[in-house]
Design a protein around this ligand. Structure first.
Ligand code: GDP
Length: 324
C-alpha cells in the first residue's frame, strides 16, 4: 500500500461497479488515491463457473489479485510467478485444458470451494481472503446467489459465458445475452448499502454487456443509482477494446462500437462520462442533457496511469459538484 497522499479525497467514499480486466485497473488506482477503507468494489459474478468441481470467480479474483499486488502483469489475469505443473499433468491425462489454471491460482479456487462447501457465503469467503491478502478496500460480489451470464449465439446455441469467451475464444456471433441465466439473484445487501453511502459511484471501463449489465440488472440497483452521482469510464477507445469482445458484441448487437455508444448505454444513470483523450471530441448535439463529458488519458498500462486516471476523475467530480 502506497502512502496516502491525496488529502483532497480524504473523506470521500466511492463505490465502483467492475468486471475483471478493465475494472481491476481502475479499482487499483481508486484504492491508492482514497483513504483506506473508503472504496467498495461491487464485482460482476456473471462470469463465475464450476470447473473440475471448483468454484471459479474470474472477475473477483482479478480485482483481488490486483489490489493485493499479486496480479500477473503480462497476462492481465492470474497470478505473478505462476507455475503450471497441475495444468501440464492434466493435459497428459487428456483432461480439458481450455481454461488455464495455474498452480497458485488453484489454491484460491480449492479453498473457496471448501469454504463454500462448509456453508459460507461467497461474500464471506471473499472478505476472508481480502483480510489474508491485507486488502483494505472492500470487495463485494454483486450477489451471493447464482447469476450466470449465458450467451445465445446467432447459430442458435446457448453457451455459458466462459465457454463462449475462453473455450470458443469469443468467436460465435452474439444474438442475445441472457443475464442471470434464468435465476432471480438478490443483490448483496451490503452492495446496495455501499452505493447508498457513496459520495460517488464509478462504473469502471469494463464490458458494458457482460460485466456491468449483470450488476445493473439486479433488483433495486438502478433505483439506488438514480439517487447518486454516477461517472462511467469508456472501455471503448477509437471504436476498439483494449482486450476482450465488448466492441465485437456492440457490432453484433447492431450498434456501432464507440465511446458514444457506451455513453448512450448508461445514459439514464450518468452525471459524468469519461472517454479517451485520443478521440475526436463528441459533438455537443450527441451529448445528453444533464451529463457532463470529459476526455482523459484512460489507457492504463502501469500503476502510475491507474492512479492518475483515478485522481483526475475524482478531482473532476469535485469540481463539477462545486460548480453546481
Ligand atoms: P473481464 O470481465 O475480465 O472481461 O473484464 P472487464 O469487463 O472489466 O474489462 C474488459 C474491458 O476493459 C474491455 O472492454 C477493455 O477495452 C477494457 N479495458 C482494459 N484495459 C483498459 C484500459 O487501460 N483503459 C480503458 N479505458 N479500458 C480498458
Amino acid at each position: 500500500m502506497s502512502e496516502f497522499s491525496f488529502p483532497q479525497f480524504s473523506t470521500m467514499k466511492v463505490a465502483v461497479l467492475a468486471g475483471g480486466v478493465g475494472g481491476a485497473k481502475l479499482v487499483l488506482g481508486l484504492d491508492r488515491v482514497l483513504s483506506p477503507g473508503n472504496l467498495t468494489t461491487i464485482v460482476n459474478t456473471g462470469d463465475d463457473f464450476t470447473h473440475f468441481g471448483l468454484k471459479i470467480c474470474p472477475d473477483i479474483d482479478s480485482v483481488c489479485y490486483s489490489l493485493a499486488g499479486l496480479a500477473n502483469k503480462s497476462y492481465g489475469w492470474g497470478l505473478e510467478g505462476e507455475t503450471w505443473y497441475v495444468a501440464d499433468a492434466l493435459e497428459s491425462l487428456g483432461a480439458p485444458t481450455w481454461f488455464q489454471l495455474g498452480d497458485r491460482d488453484l489454491a484460491t479456487h480449492l479453498e473457496r470451494t471448501r469454504l463454500l462447501g462448509e456453508g459460507k457465503k461467497l461474500s464471506q469467503v471473499i472478505a476472508d481472503f481480502c483480510n489474508r491478502w491485507d486488502i483494505l478496500s472492500r470487495v463485494l460480489p454483486m450477489s451471493d446467489d447464482e447469476a450466470p451470464t449465458l450467451i445465445e449465439t446467432k447459430a442458435g446455441t446457448v453457451l455459458p459465458f466462459q465457454d463462449y469467451l475462453v473455450r470458443e475464444k469469443a468467436q460465435p456471433e452474439v444474438n442475445h445475452i441472457l443475464l442471470h441465466g434464468g435465476f432471480e439473484p438478490s443483490p448483496l445487501p451490503e452492495a446496495l448499502m455501499a452505493i447508498q453511502e457513496a459520495d460517488l459511484v464509478v462504473i469502471a471501463p469494463s464490458n458494458p454487456w457482460v460485466s456491468i449489465d449483470p450488476i445493473l440488472a439486479l433488483r433495486g440497483v438502478r433505483e439506488v443509482l438514480k439517487e447518486k452521482h454516477v461517472v462511467a469510464v469508456s472501455p471503448i477507445i477509437q471504436g476498439k477494446t483494449i482486450k476482450g469482445p465488448a466492441a465485437k458484441m456492440f457490432a453484433e448487437l447492431g450498434i456501432q462500437p464507440s465511446s458514444l455508444a457506451v455513453l448512450r448505454h448508461y445514459s439514464d444513470l450518468l452525471d459524468l462520462f469519461v472517454y479517451d483523450a485520443s478521440e475526436k471530441p463528441m459533438f455537443s448535439s450527441d451529448i445528453l442533457e444533464g451529463v457532463s463529458t470529459i476526455q482523459l488519458q484512460t489507457i492504463m498500462t502501469d500503476e502510475a496511469d491507474k492512479i492518475q486516471l483515478a485522481g483526475a476523475i475524482l478531482q473532476h467530480f469535485i469540481d463539477l459538484i462545486g460548480a453546481q
